[in-house]
Ligand binder design. Sequence first.
Ligand SMILES: Nc1nc2c(ncn2[C@@H]2O[C@H](COP(=O)(O)OP(=O)(O)OP(=O)(O)O)[C@@H](O)[C@H]2O)c(=O)[nH]1
Ligand SMILES: [Mg+2]
Length: 1126
Amino acid sequence: MVLNSLDKMVQLQKNTANIRNICVLAHVDHGKTTLADCLISSNGIISSRLAGKLRYMDSREDEQVRGITMKSSAISLHYTKGNEEYLINLIDSPGHVDFSSEVSTAVRICDGCIIVVDAVEGVCPQTQAVLRQAWLENIRPVLVINKIDRLIVELKFTPQEAYSHLKNILGQINALTGTLFTSKVLEERAERETESQVHPNSEQGEQVYDWSTGLEDTDDSHLYFSPEQGNVVFTSAIDGWGFGIEQFATIYSQKIGIKKEVLLKTLWGDYYINMKAKKIMKVDQAKGKKPLFVQLILENIWSLYDAVLKKDKEKIDKIVTSLGLKIGAREARHSDPKVQINAICSQWLPISHAVLAMVCQKLPSPLDIPAERVEKLMCTGSQTFDSLPPETQALKAAFMKCGGEDTAPVIIFVSKMFAVDAKALPQNKPRPLTQEEIAQRRERARQRHAEKLAAQGQAASEPAQDGDDLETSPKGEEPRGDEQQVESTAAKPVPQEEQHQESFIAFARVFSGVARRGKKIFVLGPKYSPTEFLQRVPQGFSAPLDDLPPVPHMACCTLENLYLLMGRELEDLEEVPPGNVLGIGGLQDFVLKSATLCSLPSCPPFIPLSFEATPIVRVAIEPKHPSEMPQLVKGMKLLNQADPCVQILIQETGEHVLVTAGEVHLQRCLDDLKERFAKIAISVSEPIIPFRETITKPPKVDMVNEEIGKQQKVAVIHQTKEDHSKIPEGIQVDSDGLITITTPNKLATLSVRAMPLPEEVTQLLEENSDLIRSMEQLTSSLNEGKNTQMIHQKTQEKIWEFKGKLEQHLTGRKWRNVVDQIWSFGPRKCGPNILVNKSEDFQSSVWTGPDGKASKEAGRNRDLGNSIVSGFQLATLSGPMCEEPLMGVCFVLEKWDLNKLEDQEAGDKQNQEQSNPIREGQGEDKTCFSRDENQELQDGCSETSEKRTSQKESSLTDCYGPFSGQLIATMKEACRYALQVKPQRLMAAMYTCDIMATSDVLGRVYAVLSKREGRVLQEEMKEGTDMFIIKAVLPVAESFGFADEIRKRTSGLASPQLVFSHWEIIPSDPFWVPTTEEEYLHFGEKADSENQARKYMNAVRKRKGLYVEEKIVEHAEKQRTLSKNK
Ligand SMILES: Nc1nc2c(ncn2[C@@H]2O[C@H](COP(=O)(O)OP(=O)(O)OP(=O)(O)O)[C@@H](O)[C@H]2O)c(=O)[nH]1
Ligand SMILES: [Mg+2]
């Protein structure tokens, strides 16, 4: 029975002060969905008996099968507390790391969150992650410590032990909050300091550096979790009970006559009660007094569990009567103790009451949105709130007011798009028929039946055709009785086309104004800038929205359908008042993944969602039947829209590649693609494991771990020679690895050297790739002569800071002045490799930007320079080992010799002057030729023109193609050879992996880890339990099937969480072959069993269709020995 009608919900939506938008966040399997079930059952949407078993919010089949949540979904609940009625928009989120992007989408549209922690497992890696996300998004948390029953039943703790354990968990989570808070305060202070440096007049004073300032004067007590603050409840979602201190304070204040306020302060903490004196005193451990929490609360619960588990009927009855509960006969007699406990406890301490009362009391309504959060949401990129245009700043008031009057601007944020079957939409659902309609239909069916009977009678007597009859009952089908007929026609026939269609609904929240059906609204993309709009469109522009002049990243759409999100169901709404979570239909063509909708163009787009997981697992997908390619392409597009984290790429090879956050995510995406979006059979490649290529310093020890000393020098020299033998003739290599190479037309010579970058520098480059990209954009827009993009003060500061850090790490003779000479980053102009320009002819670096007063000579050099940079970009995009991108390599262009080119040009010029003395000194580039040609043709002197053009072309476009192209190719070659003369290494992507396991399966976990080349970093025992937490790193290449294997080997007692962490050099040399006698002895002749790097490299080469050096037939002559008798 559903207790709340739609009308009730609509009414509740209007009372903004009593709305709570909350999400449930936790580590995987800590009981979020079970808790949500309990809360939903309090609204009668599901039966209380099924709560915890149904997992109503896990509506997908795979979610039910696997037992984990894979998406966030919302449901609206009604809760009455005293005289107040509340609307709670509850969002259940997944805890599995692969789906952490879904958590981001949920957190953005909430004002508060419930952090669930398993009482046995305590604070886990994802608990930290979600707490951080909540913190970053500025939403307030409350804590639910769940699965208390496990402390009683599984760990068999005494109440006193349980109390200490719970105190411990609270300590852990508060320590986490403390760290977040401290870092935030320090960050803010740092920001204030930089500001005061920028505006030195505004604040001058303290000269002494006091790192604790700010921490002391900021009150943080409200941030921490503590039962006496009322922001912690203890629950067992599976058994349907939960309590906060307040409930017991109310009970005992009546029972023992101590004031509720006193109890509220003392029920948690080291206080005990002197029953005789009715006094509460501090616990004195020596006297063996128990804290109130143990004595008054836990012991009661423990004795109830004890009675039920021991089937002590008498005691149970006593407890039930003393609590004044009524237990149904069926439950009382049930043989399963769980059912009895559930029946008793859910009446005594209903979980929904404990949790929802805390939510209503402690979490803010949409009206209390912090100003800080609003400013943060409105400031994309490196903007500050003050730098926004005044019209935009004015919107802050609308956010804070969250008003629903007609003048209020409508601001909606869409945090994700999700797909539902078009049939499930309210407008497509069969509407229940009214009594009259049913009667009418029944009458019609009866008539038809009668007619048919009559016709049959006729047909039997005279076999005549009757067209009419055939029409009413096609193919002579017998009507199967009135009722059935009515049913089959009642369902509104959905057109064939629509039947299998997926419809996209936006998962959104109204931040201000009323969202009305049919309203026209702007859709603002992430790159939209209100400043640009205000510049383009005259003030007071009042034409209809459709007629606006085009502004980039902005579109106009109509709110077509508005829905109330009710878990698996959607309900149609006419309008949605501010502060509510809602679904919006009809945005499919306007919004890809997330967007800001606003009725005013002065609104900025919200800052992008922050995702914790990096998509790393990639597979190539193709249809089983090549003719179905268009369906696949369409399906992948839809999948991309329906998932916040997935990436879809078409590689240069033409492969369609799907990039996902992990194995579980991949499986879900593939299922969706097959069954919902593409609906075709697909074949999926093995996961494409990304590698990086790099170089290292020459090794000091050889493979048998012997120092490379004098006696083995011969071997090393032999090996280097072999390396050099890969280099074709005509390219000079000096002993230090400097490659000197000439362009095919022999006009220019380049000298390039490759050096490994220090690890910290590579990391720095990776971290700052966004900054590098914006530097690059700025340079290119300046190059094009557009000076529109003013560089922001903060960005400039960041650039200098970045440069300073680079200088810090690049010290020593080898790196002298290198930072100033950085010419480009690569690949894609923002990667972790550097091109350094040491040639004296042409100076250009990323820091100075283009030379403003570029002379003609510099201009020409710049064009050639661009070719060199392009060559570097190509070289870094795919390395010589297996065409994977490079990482951590510095290429130094030592010399750049263009003398011959200049000589030839000078010669050409002379020739040209002789043949055409009037025109001289035209530019060199090709566009000039054609311009000349045209003019000549106009002049009618076609003869001379031909001559001249051919001369020109011979100078720069010879049989080797255009000179710029030659330069690109030569530079690329030079980089590749420069790499090949150095010790090359592969880099593998690494996961960090957190595994929680009991001590008895620890050995097996280690076995699996070491088999897969994992490395344990840390092992810790969880206090008070026999659980171990293992932190390890594992190559992504070895991770497929890892989670399953661990689960199988440990019978499900341990399950790992894998998150991409970093790139790591594989120490072995993929090209290594044994050279010394010891090595032959140690590794054998082939030495391929040991060389993991070579295996990886060859696998990638094979996949890419590159040449692999492998012997297919090893010992052909042995074939003969197969038949024994010869
Ligand atoms: N003993 C005990 N088990 C519980 C309790 N709450 C949930 N569980 C069990 O814990 C398991 C996980 O519960 P879920 O509710 O699916 O956990 P979740 O946090 O939603 O998991 P994800 O959505 O995958 O992150 C299920 O087997 C539940 O039956 C509890 O209070 N006590
Ligand atoms: Mg769940």
